[in-house]
Structure formats: structure tokens, C-alpha cells
Design a protein around this ligand. Sequence first.
Ligand code: SAM
Length: 220
Amino acid sequence: MKDLTIREPESALQPTLFPSRMDRQEVANQAAHCNSWTSWEDCFWFHKYASFAPEGSYILEIGTYLGRSAYAMGIQSQAARLVLVDPWGNGNQMACPTDDLWRDVQNNLRRFRIRGAKPRVYYVRGGSENPAVIRRVSNAIRGLPYGFIFIDGLHTYTACKADIQHYVLPNVPLDAFVGMHDYMQSAPGSTQAINELLDGGEFRLVETTGNLAILKRVAL
Ligand SMILES: C[S@@+](CC[C@H](N)C(=O)[O-])C[C@H]1O[C@@H](n2cnc3c(N)ncnc32)[C@H](O)[C@@H]1O
């Protein structure tokens, strides 16, 4: 039976002091060049939680589109690597004005390509369920401490479960945060997968903001 109840976050688990001092407007101003339907409210919260990424760590995103969330997570981050997974195929159902997604995302995120820039962007082009993509991601993050993972790829139940299985469960350490998008009644696949993850007892919900769920690992 599908459980699409949006759960209440456990306020006792919420961090009180974020490393980033940027406010909503600053995050929106900085990422304004990245077209998306992702709300600025959600961007602000990815940014805040990604700011816990320690120096030299990695941030992994599944589902980057034109780079709005990636940019919001990367600005002011101490992380060394921003590993981004997406097929970047044209005909994408998000359909923000662009005739070349692949060209435009690289253009939007070019500040992370400049020599010496932090975090350094790594593009992994392909579906997150593809074994070759899983291998390339694992090579890209190997040896670096965990920073943050944001899951925003295909929002079907099966795809979301697979992303949890391949990227969240093996990588997120105790007490670390993970962001999962489309935690809302109108996205039954991702909502059900997130609820099942919560029911498993290894993760607790610390924040729901807009369409975003922030989970914290509480058991291994
Ligand atoms: C909701 S959009 C991401 C929005 C983005 N995070 C932002 O802030 O603008 C979903 C993205 O997932 C990508 N996607 C679709 N299928 C995927 C898959 N199998 N693996 C990884 N990404 C996928 C799509 O190409 C699309 O760019």
C-alpha cells in the first residue's frame, strides 16, 4: 500500500547554526542565471545544508538539469568536488527555454571549471541507474570525505528507490544530511520511496521546505 503522507520533521534534530551566512535573496541573486522550475526557497535550503560539506569533501547531485541547484550548493562551499549526474538529453520534460541543455549547463556552471576553483565540477553524463555511471561516480568521489548528496533525478518510485540504493545508503555517514526532492503528494513515486527510507529507521526527517526533504542518518 502506498504511503504518501508528508511526515512532520523532528525539530530536535535540526541544526541551529549553518556554516553559510548567505540569505535567501543572495542565493537567488547568485544562481539567477540558471533557468529552472526549482524554487528559490528550495535552493536556499540546498545551499544551507550543502554548506555543512567539510573542506575537501564531495557533493553529489543526481538530476542537475541547467544547474540551478548545483550552483546554489556550490557557491561558498568548502567541498573539493561537485559530481553531477544527468543524461542532459534534449527533449527533457522540464522544458525551460534552451535548445542545448548540455551546452547551457556547462555555461551556467563555468565558474566551477576555472583553474583552481572550488568545488571543481565533474559531469557524469547518463542515467543514474546505468552501471557505467555508478562506476564513474564511485571513481569520482573515492578517497574524499562525504559532503552532501542531493537526489533530484527521475522521480518514479523505481528510479528513486534505485538512487537511494546506489548512492544514499552506501555513501551517507552517520549524522550527515541528504536532500531528496519532490517530497509532495503530487509526486507519489519519490514520496513513497522517501517514506520507505524513513520507515527503515536509518534516516530521520529533519526539514521539509517547499518540495524538499532533508534527512539525517541516525543509524548504519
Ligand atoms: C527536476 S530536474 C532537476 C532540476 C535541477 N536539480 C535544478 O535545480 O534545476 C530532473 C533532472 O533529472 C534528469 N534525469 C532524468 N532521468 C534521469 C536519470 N535516469 N538519471 C539521472 N538524471 C535523470 C533530467 O534530465 C532532469 O534534468
